[in-house]
Ligand binder design. Sequence first.
Ligand SMILES: [Zn+2]
Length: 447
Amino acid sequence: MKLTTWGACGTVTGSCHLLEHQGFKLLLDCGVYQGEAEDANSAPFPFDVRQIDALVLSHAHLDHVGRIPRLFHEGYGGRVYATAPTLKLARPILEDALKLMKEDIKRARRKKLPVPELLWDEADIRLFNERGKPVPYYSPRKIGPFLVTLNNAGHLPGSAFVEVRAGGRTLVFSGDLGNRRKETLPDPDYPRVADLTLSESTYGDRPHRPFQETLVEFAEVLGRTLDAGGKVVIPSFALERAQEILFYIRRFEAEGQIPVVPVFVDSPLTTQVSEIYGQIQDAFSSLVQSFYRRGIDPFAPQKLRYTRSVDESKRINELEGPAIIIAGSGMLSGGRILHHLRHQLPNPKNAVVFVGYQPRGGLGHRLISGESPVRIMGHEIQVRARVYALGGFSGHAGRDELLDWLAAEKRIVLVHGEDAARQSLARRLRAAGASVNLARLGQKYEV
Ligand SMILES: [Zn+2]
């Protein structure tokens, strides 16, 4: 087998790798670049799309699936192999990406800025839906000369790490590995010893804060703010983080740690994902499944409301009394969260709780650093609400979990991590006797 690393090299987005054997070309993931590296998404693919024979996906996050419609747009004619939950969850994620791409184009036209190109459209999402081929965990599937097995990666419902065998050799691709402290998802499986392991390294330089500490702090912040009649605004990603937050709010209510108050999910994408959750109950931990079996939705606090229209969203801001508002985007790059922050930040009774990564220089990062006033949608806003950043909710394996997962591997190629994280992880792996390489874009490996 020949492997070429075509994405997520020295960065945590843009996952895409090519495996070749006996002339058959298998692509592992086809994700978008996000944040600073975004411009790379409009660059031509570094391979001939029409010659790709098959595509295998690790999980439904945009940085692993976001360029698939473009692959179809440019003539890809093969199948998309992934677990059934991954195929289901990827659909609204791609539809949302298309919506955002169209909004960017409209905004650029309105402001007379250079208009970005529409790289793909609805027809390509339809092709993705038609060409999707669900593959259950642990059942080896023949794809050309390859035997491909998906194992549980514990990072999202349906997330997989991929084992590929051909010509008597084995490659393992980690995809993104989950955080073992998570209660909603099953723990990641361990890999078999492979001839080459292509591994993520997102948190390769740091262990996670203990998850229990995070939960205790989360319950305290919620309880204190709601008891005093304030509102809690939580910016969150639509896929998995928002539902996990709902899971704990429901638990805190049931345990009497926080009062029962209206909980608004004000994000159409989160609503869609939550609907899919009810259809893929097998993809969760045994704890979550036990709730479903007893007829309890583990992701539904007592007064949960999904707001659909913009009018409903606006009415939340007129509401008196305590409430929790979960909205996107998680990194405050746009979306309804900005309206909520604009209205709730000036009130000292309120709290904003960050449960996910905030990029340096972004609004979230400035709020966490204590900046006030801040500019939101052209308004100068005084920050009187309390701002909390809770570490520990990460959906990724921390450093020690990565070392544990990779402990038996002899030849490791690191992707999906900033260079500092990769180098730090590589040092520890080498000290334990492994041969480790930090992948560069377009680098080739003989497996
Ligand atoms: Zn991911």
